[in-house]
Design a protein around this ligand. Structure first.
Ligand SMILES: O=C(O)/C=C/C(=O)CC(=O)CC(=O)O
Ligand SMILES: [Ca+2]
Ligand SMILES: [Mg+2]
Length: 397
C-alpha cells in the first residue's frame, strides 16, 4: 500500500472516521496514506465481519462493541492492507481523501474538559487572578475539570461564528461580539464501552473503556470568560463551539508514543494512582493563517488520561459511548509552546508578530486556525490525527 512520507497515516496508525462521497450516505472508514478505506464496502463483500458497525453515520456502534471487536478489526485491516493476495478486492474500496467529505466521527454523549497542564494553569492563574497563588490548593490533588456542551462539539472545518456575550464594562457590563476570541489546543479521549452507574472505573481499566484519541480546539471568548466564570467555572465563554479532528486514533496505535509522565508531588490518593506510564509524546502545532505560532508538547501534561477517567467516575458517574474527555490546554514551559493566544500574548499585552509581518493579540474575523499533532510510531512515518481547522466568521448583525 503506497503511503506517502509525512501523511501521518501509515499502517501503524489506521485511525477511524466517517466519510461520504458526493450523494452517498456517510459510513465508517480508515485513513491510509492519502486514501480512505471504506469499511462498509469491505464488510459488504465479506472481508470484514459485521456490516452494522461500519454502514453507519457514526463510530458509536463500533466503539460500544469493545476491545474484543476493536482488536481483531484492527488486525484484519492491517492484513487486508499488507497482504498482496487481497489487493484486487481491497483496491475498489479505497478513495482518495481529497474526493470525500469527512464528517463528525462520533456522536458526542457528554463532554468534559480538564485543566491538566501545570504550565497552562499557572499562566491562566497569573493572568486572571493576579496577586494570588496561581495554582489553587486542589490542583495538585485532583484533575480539575468542568462539564462542557456536547451539542456544540463540531468537526474540523465547521465555521466558527464569533460569539456574542456579556463582558465587564465601566460603569455597566456590555453585550456584544467578543473582542478576545481565542483557541485552546488540546487532546481528547473518546469512550467506547459504557460503565454502570455507581461503579467507578479504575485507572487500570482505561483500555477496556477508551476507544481512541482526537485533537481538540476549545474555542474560548476570554472577555466573556473573565466576567462570568466565578464561582462556577466556564459557561458561555466556551460552549459556542469546540472543534475535533476527523480521525480517532485507536489507543493501540499510540504504543510507541507512551512515556513516563512528570513526577507527581504530592503523591495522589490511591484512586488516582496509575502503574502504567500514560504520558503521550505528542507534539501539537498551532497555525494561524498558515503560520506556526506554537508547538505545545503533550508529554509534559501533569494529569494523565487514565487519572482523568478515574477521577470523572470516582463518584459513580456512569460513562456513555461517545463521552469526550479533553485534556485541557496543552502548554509547555517555553513561550513558543503555549497552547492559547491569551498565554502567547499575555492577555493581549504582548502582540504576537507572525512570520508574514502581521500582528495579532486575539483572533480577527477571517482568521483560520489549524491544529495538528504528530506522535512517534514504530515506523519512520509518525502518527497523525488530521487537521482541526476553523475559520472565524463575524457575529451576525
Ligand atoms: O484558570 C481559569 O480560570 C480557567 C482556565 C480555562 O480556560 C479553562 C479551560 O478550558 C481548561 C483548559 O483548557 O485547560
Ligand atoms: Ca479548554
Ligand atoms: Mg469549547
Amino acid at each position: 500500500m503506497p503511503v506517502p512520507e509525512g501523511s501521518g497515516f501509515g499502517v501503524h496508525n489506521l485511525p477511524y472516521g466517517v466519510f461520504s462521497q458526493r450523494g452517498e450516505l456517510p459510513r465508517v472508514g480508515v485513513a491510509i496514506g492519502e486514501q480512505v478505506l471504506d469499511l462498509a464496502e469491505l464488510a459488504s463483500s465479506g472481508l470484514l465481519a459485521d456490516r452494522r458497525w461500519f454502514a453507519a453515520g457514526s463510530l458509536n456502534a463500533f466503539m460500544a462493541a469493545g476491545r474484543a471487536v476493536w482488536q481483531p478489526t484492527r488486525d484484519r485491516v492491517i492484513t487486508l492492507l499488507t497482504d498482496m493476495s487481497y489487493r484486487d478486492e481491497v483496491e475498489p474500496a479505497l478513495y482518495p481523501m481529497s474526493d470525500v467529505e469527512l464528517h463528525m466521527p462520533f456522536e458526542v454523549a457528554d463532554y468534559v474538559d480538564f485543566y491538566s497542564s501545570r504550565e497552562h494553569a499557572t499562566n491562566l492563574g497569573r493572568i486572571l487572578r493576579p496577586g494570588g497563588e496561581p495554582l489553587l490548593p486542589n490542583w495538585t490533588r485532583l484533575p480539575v475539570g468542568y462539564h462542557g456542551r456536547a451539542g456544540t462539539v463540531v468537526p474540523s472545518g465547521t465555521p466558527i461564528v464569533r460569539p456574542r456575550g456579556q463582558r465587564k464594562g465601566e460603569p455597566e457590563p456590555v453585550f456584544g461580539p467578543t473582542a478576545k476570541l481565542d483557541v485552546e489546543a488540546e487532546v481528547g479521549f473518546v469512550i467506547g464501552v459504557p460503565s454502570a452507574l455507581g461503579r467507578p472505573v479504575s485507572t487500570g481499566a482505561f483500555r477496556d473503556h477508551v476507544f481512541g484519541f482526537v485533537l481538540v480546539n476549545d474555542w474560548s471568548a476570554r472577555d466573556i470568560q473573565a466576567w462570568e466564570y466565578q464561582p462556577l467555572g466556564p459557561f458561555l465563554a466556551k460552549s459556542f463551539a469546540t472543534s475535533v479532528s476527523p480521525w480517532v486514533v485507536p489507543v493501540d496505535a499510540l504504543g510507541a508514543a507512551r512515556v513516563r509522565p512528570p513526577e507527581q508531588d504530592p503523591e495522589p490518593l490511591p484512586y488516582l494512582r496509575c502503574d502504567e506510564p500514560w504520558g503521550l509524546d505528542l507534539t501539537l502545532r498551532i497555525e494561524l493563517n498558515g503560520q506556526v505560532v506554537s508547538r505545545p508538547p503533550f508529554a509534559g501534561m501533569y494529569w494523565t488520561a487514565p487519572q482523568q477517567l478515574a477521577h470523572a467516575t470516582a463518584n459513580g458517574a456512569a460513562l456513555r459511548t461517545g463521552d469526550l474527555m479533553a485534556s485541557g490546554t496543552v502548554s509547555g514551559p517555553r513561550r513558543e509552546q503555549r497552547g492559547s493566544l491569551i498565554e502567547l500574548t499575555w492577555n493581549g499585552t504582548e502582540p504576537l508578530e507572525l512570520p508574514d509581518g502581521t500582528k495579532r493579540v486575539f483572533l480577527e474575523d477571517g482568521d483560520t486556525v489549524r491544529v495538528t499533532a504528530t506522535a512517534p510510531s514504530p515506523d519512520v512515518d509518525p502518527i497523525g490525527f488530521g487537521d482541526v481547522i476553523g475559520t472565524v466568521y463575524p457575529s451576525p448583525a
